[in-house]
Design a protein. Structure first.
Length: 98
């Protein structure tokens, strides 16, 4: 596993009208905390947040990325699935020295 996970950022993209975004934020926060990752929320209801999402071709919420690599777009993912996917990607990044 990666020793300094703070160099990895788990980001959740939300919009104010999203009914499941609060659940997605909590799940992403919990996974980030458990794995020692940096965590950030991006509100695509703001012009800055929208620009950031559009730069990654994210057009719906909730969406979650790890270091700007998309994990899920426009749907809620379970805590278990998110943790599994993040661990897999961290292992891959560590293997390739990212």
């Amino acid at each position: 596993m990666v020793k300094d996970n703070k160099t990895f950022e788990l980001k959740v993209f939300t919009i104010p009208t999203c009914s499941v975004c609060s659940a997605a934020k909590q799940i992403a926060y919990d996974v980030a905390k458990k794995l020692g990752l940096s965590y950030r929320e991006v509100n695509m209801g703001t012009s800055e947040g929208l620009k950031e999402g559009m730069a990654l071709n994210i057009t719906s919420a909730p969406s979650i990325t790890l270091n700007d690599e998309i994990i899920v777009v426009g749907r809620l993912i379970s805590r278990e699935k998110l943790e599994e996917e993040v661990r897999r990607r961290l292992e891959k990044m560590n293997t390739y020295g990212v």
